[in-house]
Structures are given as C-alpha cells and as structure tokens.
Unconditional design. Structure first.
Length: 323
C-alpha cells in the first residue's frame, strides 16, 4: 500500500492524539457533534500570526497553549463551558517535525486542563509567516450568555486578575524591560490565563462583559459603545501584579502602557453596585481576584481615565489595532 501524503502523516503523528470522539479520528473532512441537551452553543474564533501575536522564537508548546487559551478567554467572557475546537495551521516550509510535536504537546496539556478536544481543521504549508487559527465551541444555558451589550449608567466597572503583564512581558522578551526574578511578566505574555471559572459564576450578577485583549481602555470603550454610556476609569484602582507594580514604581510612565497595551485576557464587566458582594464571592470561589476600577456614566461613549489626583490622565493611544 502506498504511503499517505506527508500532510496526512503529520496529522496522524501530531494531531490525531488530540482528537475527541466527534472528530472521527481526523479521517473525515467534517466532525460530528451532539451538544449537551438544553444548552446553547457558543462559538468564537481567533487567529495568531508569528511576529504579531507571538514571537518567532517562543517555545512551540507555549504557542500551542496560547492559541487555545486566547480562544478559551472568549468563552470565559460569555460565561461558557468549553466543548471542543477546530484548528487551521499554516506552517512555513521547513518547520521541523520536532517543533510541530512541541506545539501539539502544548495543546494536549491544556486540553487536559480545560476539558476539551480537537474536532478537526486543516493543515497547510505557507511561505510564511506562520499563521494559526482556532474556532472554539462552548455551551451556556439558554439566555444566560454574558454579552457586551447592557452596561448602564451607574454600573461599576470591574476587572479580573491584574492588568498590564502581557504588554510588559512582550517588552521583556524584546529586551526593552527587565523581568522579575521568577520571569512572571514573560510568562504572562506567553501563557495568558483564561478566567473560565469566574466567568461561569457571573451569571445573574453582571449586565455586560468581555475579555481584555486589545487594551483595557480600548476594550472599555467597546462596552461603552455597546451600552450607549460613558465611563470613568480610576487608574489608581487598576490592579497590577507585583512585577508590573515594581516597574511602574521605577517608571510611572509605564502605567499608561499597562492600561492600553493589550494581551491581558482578563475579564472586564459592568455590574450594579448591589452585586458587589456576589461578585466578590464569585471571585473567591473561582480563585480569581476581581477589582472595581471605575463606573459607567450618562453621556457619549467615551472613556475618561482619572489619575491618582482626580485629574484626566493623557494617553497617546487607547489600545492595540491590527490595521
């Protein structure tokens, strides 16, 4: 019997071990999926391109894990439970089998952690750069999905975790900033933490939610436009990790970068003041801190950032844009 084309051998070696039951061992061009009874499907897609979303010399396993995690973050923002994913990979000519094995190993590690499996996709070659795309599927109770629409004047602005580690971590890896002794900032850039457990506990507590991928200020503006409200963000309340706080203490100008740099993949949400105790209980139960950082106000969909003295903080940009 003739040997299969190289593409199919690659799929069999590296991606078939990632497949779930509906993937049909990746032998067909489509998958079969039976969603849990009484649940609504949630679908999201994100792509990563070498030199844009990850560095070309990042370890292969962290590239695979980041690809999965940034998509899981979209599910977290809707309060969804992961179900499975489709993946398309465009590897540059000359990508080694060892690199692809490491990439698949990272995917397998996080599949096990977050409880999902690959359903199918496509694998192609490209002159470059490497391009990776993932479509993720999750489930949520009917009518319970958290969306960007719904922020109201008077609502509090909340964020999970800490802000700024991703953008500072990129600067660390580019040799422009020092990292902490444990390499925390570089690690946060390479491996964001999808806040699934917290998102799944926010049902009934919040009016609107999204994840922070393009910068806190810019993404807060998205909530404002979707809700038809303005926002006041108190920069002094924005939570920073110990590593980020240390750098900001040495160079206060880095605070603006933390607020606008992106790659946080934290949750950003609007909630009435009456929900504060419930949010803190959800944060404690999920093991993910949540911090109130401002409020939504009547007026045009504009974000005003206040400094520690109450004055308006000038920003040269609102966040990241691909165009």
């Amino acid at each position: 019997m003739a040997e299969p084309p190289a593409e199919f051998g690659l799929i069999a070696r590296h991606f078939r071990p990632l497949a779930g039951p509906g993937a049909l061992a990746l032998l067909d061009d489509a998958a079969l999926l039976d969603p849990p009874a009484g649940q609504t499907l949630v679908l999201a897609a994100d792509a990563m391109v070498a030199g844009v979303h990850f560095l070309p010399d990042d370890p292969a396993d962290t590239v695979g894990r980041k690809l999965l995690r940034v998509n899981l973050s979209d599910l977290a923002a809707m309060g969804a439970v992961p179900l499975g994913y489709l993946m398309t990979t465009a590897f540059p000519h000359g990508t080694t089998d060892a690199w692809i094995a490491g990439f698949a190993r990272g995917l397998l590690e996080d599949q096990s952690r977050f409880g999902l499996a690959v359903l199918g996709g496509d694998t192609v070659a490209t002159p470059g750069p490497m391009s990776l795309s993932l479509t993720i599927l999750g489930t949520v109770a009917p009518g319970a999905a958290l969306t960007r629409q719904g922020a109201r004047a008077g609502d509090d602005i909340w964020v999970s975790g800490s802000i700024g580690d991703g953008t500072l971590g990129l600067a660390v890896l580019q040799g422009r900033l020092p990292d902490s002794a444990d390499g925390a900032l570089a690690a946060r850039y390479r491996l964001p933490e999808p806040r699934l457990a917290l998102g799944q506990r926010l049902h009934g507590l919040v009016h609107a939610a999204m994840d922070v991928s393009d910068g806190l200020v810019q993404d807060l503006g998205h909530l404002c436009r979707a809700g038809g409200v303005g926002a006041v963000l108190d920069a002094a309340l924005v939570p920073l990790s110990a590593a980020a706080a240390g750098l900001v203490a040495e160079d206060p100008g880095l605070l603006a970068r933390c607020l606008t740099g992106g790659d946080d993949y934290e949750l950003l949400f609007a909630a009435p003041a009456s929900a504060a105790a419930g949010i803190q209980a959800a944060a404690a139960a999920s093991g993910t801190p949540a911090t109130r950082v401002g409020r939504f106000i009547e007026g045009p969909a504009h974000v005003t950032v206040r400094d520690a003295n109450g004055g308006e903080m000038p920003l040269s940009r609102g966040g990241w844009s691909h165009f």
